[in-house]
Structure formats: structure tokens, C-alpha cells
Design a protein. Structure first.
Length: 259
């Protein structure tokens, strides 16, 4: 059984900001226990205080750098030592810096692929827990960029990373379904999150994205973390008990077509 949200234990990889944080907010407000995994301990401590003050559940934190092999192994050891049933896993960590293909370095490329390596083995550790305890639900945050290329935002390595995450979603749904584990993904389009802080002034992200991309979405606006969080929580829940291996386009209609 996946567990009701009020009694669930959820691990959120990349839970200190953006879609991961918005998902944690919903889960803890419903009484669940959420383990936030992110790089910066100070940010995790701040999020713990914020979320526990506004919710009925409990927040735990683990600091781990997903680009550091040793840190990922340490995180996996902690997951392997978890005595409780992990009901949910959300793989939400990521970064995005548009760059022309001809300008990529090996370091640029490795940053994206190291992230997928971490997702792969952390998910494996969580799946071992779920198999032992009777099942669970996993949601990966993919991307519209894994479906199609956007010339204005060249992102070959990012798109490759997210396409790999989509493929992993489908493969794990097939392999783990017999253990009562569902695996799905959401593929957002342009969403206002700190993902863009790496190449847009953080004070101007909101204005830049709304002015530049509202019209790009048939629904007429860019996404918000809460738009994705609501869908992620649905996929985690028993309300989606017959849904697995699906890549849900939560994208304001971008993948529906072109004018």
C-alpha cells in the first residue's frame, strides 16, 4: 500500500526550492513526514522551520551534493538504513543553463549526466525499501525540452538528461510494477522557479519569464511551482493508482501544437 498522505513518508530530492519545495508544502500540510534532500544545509534548515510552522506534518533534512559521488553514496547508505516505509520519492533536483552545442565542454556535459547518475542509484535504494515494505510511488520531474528542441533556448545536454529521466520512468514502471511501485513523470514547460537564476538576475526572473514566455503557452501564462506540485501529489496518491509509466505534460498546452 502507498499509504495515505497524512501518514506517508516522502523523500524529495531537490526539495529546498521550486517544484520540490511546493510539493513538500502540500504533503506536510496534509500531515505527512517529508525528508528534504538538497545541497545547502542552511537552506534546508530555513525550509524546515518554514514548513513545520505552516503544516501539520514533520520535516526532516539531509544535506547532499548530487554532483559528488561520495555524497551520493552517503545518501544511499542513509536510505538503505531507513527502517520506515518510504511511500513516496520525488526526483526534483536540477539546473538549466542554455548553451550552444558547439560551445559545450566536457564539464558542462558531465554536470547533467552526474545528476542522472545520482537519480538512478538513489531511486534504486528507495525502490529496495519500497519492495521490502509493499510498494510506493515515484515521480520524476522531466521537461518539455525532452520532447522538443526550442531554438531560443539551446539545451542539448539538458534535453538529453531529461529525456533519459523520461526513459528511466518508463523502464522502472515496467520492472517495478509487480512490486506495487508506480513510476510516473511530469514534463513542465516554462515555470517560474530558481532554475533560471543561473542565467537571469534572480530579481528579474518573474518579469523576464512572464514577458517573454506567457504567450508561448496556449493557456496564456507561464507555470508556477504549485501547478506542478498539485499534479505531483496527485500522481503520488492512490487517486492515481492505475497510472504508471506515464509522462504527463503539465505545460500550459505547449505540447498540444503550434499556431
Amino acid at each position: 500500500m502507498e499509504g495515505s498522505s497524512g501518514k506517508s513518508l516522502s523523500y524529495i530530492v531537490g526539495g529546498s526550492s521550486g517544484m520540490g519545495l511546493a510539493t513538500a508544502r502540500l504533503l506536510v500540510a496534509d500531515g505527512g513526514t517529508v525528508v528534504l534532500v538538497a545541497r545547502e544545509q542552511d537552506k534546508l534548515a530555513a525550509r524546515k522551520g518554514e514548513l513545520e510552522a505552516g503544516g501539520r506534518g514533520k520535516i526532516e533534512t539531509i544535506a547532499a551534493d548530487f554532483y559528488d559521488v561520495g555524497a551520493v553514496k552517503s545518501l544511499i547508505a542513509k536510505i538503505d538504513g531507513e527502517t520506515r516505509h518510504i511511500n513516496h520519492l520525488v526526483n526534483a533536483a536540477g539546473y538549466f543553463i542554455p548553451k550552444d552545442f558547439l560551445e559545450y565542454t566536457e564539464r558542462d556535459y558531465d554536470g547533467y549526466m552526474d545528476l542522472n547518475r545520482a537519480f538512478f542509484f538513489v531511486t534504486q535504494a528507495v525502490a529496495r525499501n519500497m519492495v521490502k515494505n509493499g510498494g510506493g510511488s515515484i515521480v520524476n520531474i522531466g521537461s518539455m525540452w525532452a520532447h522538443q528542441a526550442i531554438k531560443a533556448t539551446p539545451s542539448s545536454a539538458y534535453s538529453m538528461q531529461k529525456a533519459g529521466l523520461h526513459a528511466l520512468t518508463k523502464n522502472l514502471a515496467m520492472e517495478l510494477g509487480g512490486h506495487g511501485i508506480r513510476v510516473n513523470a511530469v514534463a513542465p514547460a516554462v515555470t517560474v522557479t530558481p532554475l533560471f537564476n543561473a542565467f537571469i538576475d534572480p530579481d528579474k526572473v518573474e518579469q523576464t519569464l512572464t514577458e517573454g514566455f506567457n504567450a508561448f503557452h496556449p493557456i496564456g501564462r507561464v507555470g508556477r511551482p504549485e501547478d506542478l506540485a498539485n499534479h505531483i501529489v496527485f500522481l503520488l496518491s492512490n487517486k492515481a493508482s492505475w497510472t504508471t509509466g506515464a509522462i504527463h505534460d503539465v505545460d500550459g498546452g505547449v505540447m498540444a501544437g503550434r499556431v
